[in-house]
Design a protein around this ligand. Structure first.
Ligand code: AKG
Ligand code: FE2
Length: 379
């Protein structure tokens, strides 16, 4: 056998790992040890109490979950009327956020949509990548109603490490508490909070249509930026696209899990890795999108380490620099942001440090196992 200095480990992180998501990074939004129940329930330093206490994060150390099993996914966005007559009746106001990604919708109440309206929603979001629905009643309804609504789009993902509201493990909570002015801890070690990712891409069946809704937020800042991964793919030359087709990449949840344990969090399902195509095809629209991200993608299968690092770094930088295919989504009370994780990348932004709370819930239906279709010359 050839001598080996190091264990070959295809799932090991490359040298260029990319930043970890701020919400996993502890310094800005920590685990249970940084959660200040008193401040959340009663307010602190002039900051009000949490507006939605039922949604406050909890960590149930007694409850663990078995490995996820494959399930049969039904694509709700397939074959819908692309005029979206039920979702967007006359009277609905639709504004573009940028020229190629993002819409803002007013005058539509998501919770009232029937099956046809929800099918149209799935397609509308896939085509526009990310949509902010303003003035929604989502957060005011019982948590179970929101869960029931979103379940229509696919089996709900239970996050392996994030906190959840008591009794609702399938609701993922992003929370920075009132009175938290500790961003200097985070920025002592980091230049910025940008951490591009697509959610839990290490799962065998990662998410599709995903819902994020505001419960409480700073008066300014804390936006979420989304990138259009179909456009990111389309910007590449035909020759470069051809090279990417057929490549597979390893996505890993191991580092996220070990970070969570280090910070006293709870890993409630064992960490996994999955291999997915670098270019995936959307089942409803047929569009191709780049599907790699610096938070979870570790290695191009079959490439040597340096080759893999180089290609991933190139793709991560291409996506990060493409402000002309990004949309900065602003939060407001009542806003529900819906995006398709199969055709986008996103990052939270930590740019406020005045102690205002930021409290957001995510409900995350899983979708199909990513697949690719052959390279085609642009029409
Ligand atoms: O906090 C945000 O803006 C986004 C958080 C996020 O990336 C997520 O929950 O998936
Ligand atoms: Fe995310």
């Amino acid at each position: 056998m050839a001598p080996s200095l190091v264990e070959p480990a295809p799932q090991q992180a490359p040298s260029y790992k990319g930043p970890t998501d701020y919400k996993d990074s502890g310094a800005v939004a920590g685990g249970p040890s940084r959660f200040n129940a008193e401040a959340e329930l009663h307010g602190v330093d002039g900051h009000h109490a949490a507006k939605y206490p039922a949604y406050l994060p909890t960590w149930d150390f007694q409850k663990n979950f078995p490995p996820l099993e494959d399930f049969e996914y039904v694509e709700r966005g397939a074959g819908v009327d692309e005029r979206y007559p039920v979702l967007l009746p006359s009277g609905a106001q639709v504004d573009g956020v940028t020229g190629n990604i993002g819409k803002e919708v007013r005058g539509v109440q998501l919770s009232k949509l029937n099956a046809q309206g929800r099918n149209e929603l799935a397609h509308f979001v896939a085509k526009n990548r990310v949509v902010a629905f303003r003035d929604q009643d989502f957060a005011d309804a019982p948590i179970g109603d929101a869960v029931e609504f979103v379940k229509y789009f696919g089996r709900l993902h239970v996050h392996p490490t994030s906190p959840a509201p008591a009794g609702f493990p399938e609701v993922h909570i992003v929370h920075r508490g009132a009175g938290d002015t500790n961003d200097s801890n985070f920025f002592a070690d980091r230049l910025n909070s940008v951490a591009w990712h697509t959610d839990v891409s290490y799962e065998r069946q990662p998410p599709g249509i995903t819902f994020l809704y505001m419960l409480d937020g700073p008066s300014a800042g804390g936006d979420t930026i989304f990138g259009n991964m179909v456009e990111a793919y389309n910007r590449l030359s035909p020759e470069f696209k051809k090279r990417l087709h057929g490549l597979q990449a390893v996505h890993s949840g191991l580092e996220q899990a070990s970070l969570a344990s280090e910070r006293g969090g709870h890993v409630r399902r064992e960490a996994v890795t999955s291999t997915h195509p670098v270019v995936r095809t959307h089942p409803a629209t047929g569009e191709k999108a780049l599907y790699v991200n610096p938070q979870f993608t570790r290695r191009i299968v079959g490439f040597k380490k340096e080759e893999s690092d180089m290609l991933l770094k190139f793709l991560f930088d291409h996506v990060a620099l493409g402000q002309d295919f990004q949309a900065r989504m602003k939060w407001a009370p009542g806003t529900v942001v819906v995006w398709d994780n199969r055709v986008t990348t996103h990052t939270a932004i930590v740019d406020w440090n005045n102690g205002e709370r930021r409290h957001i819930a995510r409900i995350t239906p899983q979708a199909e196992r990513p697949y690719e279709t052959p390279f085609e010359e642009a029409k």
